[in-house]
Design a protein around this ligand. Sequence first.
Ligand code: PNS
Length: 173
Amino acid sequence: MARKTGQTVAIYPGSFDPITNGHLDLIERGARLFDRLIVAILRNEGKEPLFTAEERVEMLRHVLRDFANVEVDAFEGLLVDYAARKGASVIVRGIRAVSDYEYELQMALMNRRLAPEIETVFLMAGEAYSFISSRLVKEVASLGGDVSGLVPPLVEARLRERVGTPLPKGRSS
Ligand code: PNS
């Protein structure tokens, strides 16, 4: 078996539209495991994201500003090509529940076929985050529900601006 030399660079890719506290939990775990962790936002304008790639980069950079070994970037094209350009040997993905597994396994095996030298590592989000998804957060926020505690405060504010709903009852700021 080849011996590991140098630093291990890992990529944590995703849409992050927007980042949730579940993503944040994963990033904290990944930052402890790897020398460098690159949080890579897919430029998926075709999917009509709520926030542009630039807005997502800006939010993530703010939220992750205290992590010394974490950087934020945006990419397009194949993830494995991007990972190779960055010198990354690991792709990190989060698994919340068994329902995530099938899709994640398909992606991991496709990526392995494309680039066998890159390993996908699955991390389990903390159980407190197992029900949080960007899609549900956007839906709840757009219907005026309270998303505090599910996303970082900056994201909560940006969601409020973007979907234009008033604060939930009983909250003044
Ligand atoms: O947060 P998401 O939307 O579940 O992330 C999906 C993502 C960005 C990891 C995936 O769509 C991706 O890697 N896209 C880049 C294009 C690519 O490489 N496709 C083949 C992967 S099997």
